[in-house]
Design a protein around this ligand. Sequence first.
Ligand code: SF4
Length: 757
Amino acid sequence: MIFDLEMIESFYKRLDSTILDLRKKLNHPLTLSEKILYSHIYQQSQAKSYKRGIDYVDFRPDRVAMQDATAQMAILQFMMAGKETTAVPTSVHCDHLILAQSGAVADLKSAGITNKEVYEFLSSVCNKYDIGFWKPGAGIIHQIVLENYAFPGGMMIGTDSHTPNAGGLGMVAIGVGGADAVDVLAGMGWELKFPKLIGIRLTGKLSGWTSSKDIILKISGLLTVKGGTGSIIEYFGEGASSLSCTGKATICNMGAETGATCSVFSFDNSMKDYLVATGRQEVADLAEKNSSHLKADDEVYADPSKYFDQFIEINLSELEPYINGPFTPDLATPISMMKEAAKKNQWPIDVEAGLIGSCTNSSYEDISRAASVVKNAISQKLVAKSEFKVTPGSEQIRSITERDGFLKLFRKIGGEVFANACGPCIGQWARKDADNKKVNTIIHSFNRNFAKRNDGNPNTYAFVASPEIVTAIVLAGKLTFNPLTDAIMNSDGKPVMLAEPEGMDLPPEGFGNIDSGYQKPVHGKADDKIIIDPGSDRLQLLTPFAAWDGKDFLNLPLLIRAKGKCTTDHISMAGVWLKYRGHLQNISENYMIGAVNSFNDQTNKILNQLTGSYDTVPSVARAYRDSVSGSAVVGEENFGEGSSREHAAMEPRFLGVKVVLVKSFARIHETNLKKQGVLTLTFVNKDDYNKIREGDRIDITGLTDFAAGSKLTVTLTHTDKSKEKFQANHSYNESQIEWFKAGSALNIIRKSNSKNG
Ligand code: SF4
């Protein structure tokens, strides 16, 4: 079955005229990224030339994918929009909440018990709103998207950082926060700063032990974890065409480690073959017909430096395998230099575990190449020296790699196959004999290796390499092993060299016909019910926030004057709180608990003006919400920087914070607060921050004339009854002012739906 074929057909039908129209407007040769971005402008007729890295533009993505952890709050919010279905095709994937512990079968069973209420909620909500639901065990979001949904030239967003994986099939696929997903689900424009463009030409051809993974490991080292920020990385050249489609996906997936908005390859035969092999012949034909629009213009390839903001060239024939890490994915060491680097940095070289798979590296090509290494090792009487774990990216991949004997080979050297889920890639790994103090080394083919990422142990040195290099190192047991030059002692005490890996891009016997774990929505059934246990502490239905009462804010007690850096992590901490991300009331108990109170330099200890005592931020906020009319928060520069987390904006609204007044905002957080109906203001004179005292009451006046470009007045009443007055700026445009008046952006959509209905 081909998902959403109608939508894909309609996209390709308009593509020719859209690009023709753009050429007239822009009047310069186009990169592939520009073709995709410009053909997804929210109001296509209003498309004009945008300044890269400067202009904010509203886009209309073709689809949304959400993983189970981030989907909960996004869908709870979407439910408040009062829509019957999502505005674009959408899917939900149960992959993040499965703990890898005792093997696939047992782990899936226990996830079904632990996460029962979350799965039931997501399954029921997907049915109601016509969303594709991928059950636990079906696979990891990005692998499922590549196998089923991605199409060349399309644009999608996903509530997960590695959504760019779909760039392997020529899609601009961007990882976002839940608030952005809600915009697209509800049919609003999705705003993004028009990205800068990094062009990477790949020349030559991979051979021997090198693989696609080594390309992105090298690029991570070149660009570092920040070098891609705000940019799309576009790949081209004969080296790019020589890579498999899934190899391209690996590169795009891990492009996230450079901070890139996403990465993309142009359409070629490898994509066509992958589409056909995964049962999407019609999509392959449509892409083929439109292939001139699914690559950059020839002028761009002829003179890339002129059309990209940054241009890099890599010769694949000269590339050697890389090992990146520890603790950061951009510390790139060519394998030939590893002995020296490990010695110099005193990295522990005995490898306790090697892990392959995940959404990044579990293609048929990856698994078949790793299996060829194992097959060769067994024939030479080698045994594994380290633990070996395999996480297939999807049931599709698991079943064919089982059918073709690869998983059996892994088991022969003691390999353990985990469920088709994120597991050890996201800390969902209950490692046997785990000891959080033990210094040890592991190596995996995933993408991230920050401290504690895999097993929660800050003393685990995690390195990243290709699946075939991880497998070779598992056989040798040493981080410094280089299969290109080193021998391993076999069980007869004879030194033997491993043969170069061999594999196949696509399964010769096809992908087969399996139960993929997909639940087709049964939209429109009379008994569509959203299942939430009223006693649940993980899920809670949202109630729409109240509309503005039309009056100025008077006499608001100051909740906290935050000092210094206040990121979304300080505002809404992650860690143990993540289990409450579907329960606004419970997660609100972490509101601002990481922020420093400027009056005592302590966290989560603020004055309660009603009692005169000191208490936690959430409890004082609740007291103000319930006893007086709410409260005000004050902060410094770049307030709310960090990952876009909708909870950081929903929690203050839920706890009655009416206004956040700061020296400056991180833009996304400011917009998120506006969307939730919290008034966002900045000091005209930043020194006015110092006028605010601990027991202050705050008036915000001028709201009755609230208009774009107007100023509002802040009046402080100090505890000695003296008053001070100053002006504050706002950055609301007319439609954002309507969000404020309605109580939230979603209230506007709900209102317009009920009018239309
Ligand atoms: S496997 Fe890892 S990188 Fe991929 S979606 Fe899961 S947690 Fe993210």
